[in-house]
Structure formats: C-alpha cells, structure tokens
Ligand binder design. Structure first.
Ligand code: GUN
Ligand code: ZN
Length: 428
C-alpha cells in the first residue's frame, strides 16, 4: 500500500459551465491510498487517511494538483520522426513523409527502440492511456504492446490495415492482414492492460475486400475497438468518393461495412454532412478532435459546439505525428484556439474534463481510468503550475482552480508534468 498526498482534482461528471463546482472532486489537502496492484482504495482528506495508515510510505506533492493521467485517444506510433515535416497538406504529407517513415517499422529492432521512445514521450507528458495506430507490419504493434505491458500501461492499438494507394512496403493484402490481425488479437487483446483496435487507415488505402476483412474482424471480435480517419481534408473526401463512387458520402462507406458502433473512433470528423452527423449520433460512434494536427496540416476547424449540441460524442487527441506535440496541455491550448476561431471560448473545466474523464467515457473505460475513485487504477499525474518563470509570475494573479487550469493549458508543457504514476508506479 502507498499514499500520494497533494491537491486532488478529479471530474465526477461533465462540467456544465465554468462555475460548475459540483462537477469535480477537489480536496486541497488530499490523500490517495492504493494497493500494490495499483488499485485505488481510498480518496479522502490526507489527515484522515494518515490517521488510519500511519506507517505507510507517503509521496508528498504539497500543494501541487494531483489529477487523473491524461488519455490520448488517437496517435500514430510510427510517426514520432514525422513530426515537424514541412510544407504539405494531408495526402502529400502521407506520401512524402509518413509512408516512407512507416516502412521502417518492418524491422523489429527499429520497432523496439521506437516503442520505448514513443511511450516515454507520452508518459513524460502525463499521458498514461493511449489509443495508437501501428504501421502495417504486425511487429510494430506487437513491440508497442510489449513495451506497454512492461509499464502496465493502458494501451489500445492495432496494426494499420492498408492494401492500396501507397508504396508496396506499407501495403499488405487483405487476406494476409486478416490472419495477422487474428494472431495479434490472440496474443495481445485483453492481455495486461492491452486491447486491440481494428484499424483500417482510411477508405483511400482500403479496397472493398479490405473493408470486408475489417467487417469480419469486428464481427468476430466484439470486444475490440475500431479506429480510422474520417473527413479530415477536402481533397481526401474528393478522392475517397472517386474511389467509392456508389456511396452518397464518406461515412456511408464505413457504415456499409458495419464499422460504426460505440467502440468506433473517427479521427478528425471535420467536414461532415448533415446525414453523416445523424449517422454518427445514431451509432454512438466517437468523433476525435486532433487540434494540433488540424492546424499544422491546414485541414480545417472541428465543430465542437455544434457536435456537442447534437449530442455527438467527442474525444480529444494529440494525433502525433500529424499533430505537433506529445503534450496534452499544448493540445488543449490549440483546441481552445480552434474554437476561438469559431467564436466559442472553450472553458478550462471542459477542456480538462475532455482530456481525462471525457476521454475515458469515450473509450468506455471510466471504471478504470480518467477519474480518481476507489476501484480505479492509480494512473495519476502531478501538475506543477509554477514550472516556468512566466507561469509562476502569471500564477500570482490566479484566484481559482479554473484560472490555474487555464494557465496550465495556455503556458504549460512537459515541464508542468511534475510526476507520473502508472498503476501506482512512478514513471517520471
Ligand atoms: N489519414 C490517413 N492516415 C492519416 C495519418 O497518418 N495522419 C492523419 N492526420 N490523417 C490520416
Ligand atoms: Zn491519425
């Protein structure tokens, strides 16, 4: 058993507005007791926990915020070295930078080395749960699962499925991908905290046969997730509809192959038609906002306010390497700016909810992560709101926790992530 001491901050439900103080648990001098398996046993005033467990070791973070680890609902393992590639939009960016880099992941040594770097970067930035694309090569995602298992980290991932419109070394025929995926599911799905996601990259790199394979994998493995890309870029949509001329819109391709459910993550979802939004609502699929990527690739502005009003589910993610940062704080900052450009000021309670409990709910995992409560796993981070001279100076003017969160997301980066615990074990 162990105790973490600090200022505990954890959402209980979605905040309705910036004054919604009942939407979160806030204990100024709090304590979290967890067992050797990393399961949270008690959350209370520190003094009360200490009174009952006087001899236990205490990690004391003073007045720093202790909150649930961030959850990244969409990123690409084989793209760490693609970040910061100049001068292109989506389709050219994929061909010029991304596919060549992903081809390197046929090599096991490269995968192992990159898996450690990738998860280190996520963890250093306070991301304790990740939903990730591998490359097309099974060894990529197997290496990533193995590295996650070492850390007892919550990882949902899949080998990307692609069988056309890319260089030969990042394509695998549909039948072969079916066999590969089944083997990975057998070896990794529900092993430790690893879970499998069926991962057709997007319609452009999928033949109808590959879509059928995706459908079979989903039907035969109901507990697996589905992740793909949707309506990110206008040229992408045009190309998609020219490859699938019998479909009325982009989403109807995925719908035809029965890929849409509450376990489906649709990255980007920017340029949606009315009937696509209605279908997303009906199927309970999740739209995933990727703000740093959408700005970097000039893809467009995610319509958060409208989608939320309709009741469409949404998650937020880094989308590295189209995204430009492993930091969820940087990501929330860019999300704020994307909404500012649409005359909507996303409040900091909503954005921190999004990155923690909101994303946990989007994955159906809020009884494991995203909220500090007994029975959940001690995936916890400690936020240092004074981690740079500017932040310290700005903090002098902060009076509420909402203001502090806004300073953290506007000015913070990995330096503000003081400490990281995955299943109770220190990773930073
Ligand atoms: N659409 C298909 N593949 C990708 C990818 O790797 N990144 C982004 N941002 N969009 C995609
Ligand atoms: Zn992506």
């Amino acid at each position: 058993m162990n105790i973490i001491r600090g200022r505990i901050f954890s959402f209980l439900r979605r905040p309705e507005n910036i004054s919604d103080l009942d939407s979160f648990l806030y204990i100024e001098e709090g304590g979290i007791l967890y067992d050797e398996n990393g399961v949270i046993k008690e959350v209370d005033e520190y003094n009360s926990i200490n009174r009952k467990h006087k001899t236990l070791p205490v990690k004391d973070f003073g007045s720093m915020i202790v909150c649930p680890g961030f959850i990244d609902t969409h990123n690409h393992f084989p793209q760490t070295q693609v970040i910061a590639s100049y001068g292109t939009k989506l389709l050219e960016w994929l061909n010029k930078y991304t596919f060549p880099n992903e081809s390197l992941f046929k090599n096991e040594d490269h995968c192992k080395k990159e898996a450690k770097i990738f998860l280190d970067l996520l963890n250093l930035n306070g991301i304790t749960s990740s939903v990730s694309f591998g490359s097309v090569h099974p060894v990529s995602v197997q290496s990533l699962f193995a590295e996650a298992k070492k850390r007892n980290m919550n990882l949902i991932a899949g080998n990307v499925l692609m069988d056309r419109n890319a260089p030969a070394d990042v394509l695998i025929p549909a039948k072969r991908s079916y066999e590969n995926s089944n083997e990975i599911i057998r070896n990794w799905h529900d092993v430790g905290r690893c879970k499998y996601a069926v991962t057709p990259r997007f319609a452009i790199t999928s033949t109808p046969e590959l879509m059928e394979v995706s459908q079979s994998l989903v039907e035969e493995n109901e507990s697996c997730y589905v992740q793909t890309h949707l309506s990110e870029n206008l040229d992408e949509i045009k190309t998609t509809l020219s490859l699938f001329p019998d479909y009325k819109n982009y989403l109807s391709i995925y719908d035809n192959y029965k890929l849409l459910s509450e376990k489906t993550l649709l990255a980007h979802s920017i340029h949606l038609e009315k009937s696509e939004k209605e279908k997303i609502l009906e199927t309970h699929a999740v739209t995933v906002h990727c703000p740093t990527s959408n700005l970097f690739l000039g893809s467009g502005l995610y319509k958060f306010k409208e989608l939320r009003k309709m009741g469409i589910r949404s998650a937020i993610s880094t989308d590295v390497g189209g995204g430009t940062s492993f930091s969820m704080l940087r990501t929330l900052d860019e999300a704020y700016k994307v909404q500012q450009l649409q005359d909507f000021s996303l409040n900091p309670l909503e954005s921190f909810y999004w990155a923690t409990l909101g994303n946990a709910k989007a994955l159906g995992l809020d009884n494991e992560v995203g909220i500090i409560k007994p029975g959940n796993i001690a995936d916890l981070i400690v936020l240092n709101s004074n981690s740079t001279p500017l932040m310290s100076h700005r903090m002098e003017k902060c009076e509420t926790v909402q203001e502090e969160l806004f300073v953290l997301q506007t000015l913070g980066d990995e330096r503000a992530i003081e400490s990281v615990f995955i299943a109770g074990k220190n990773q930073k």
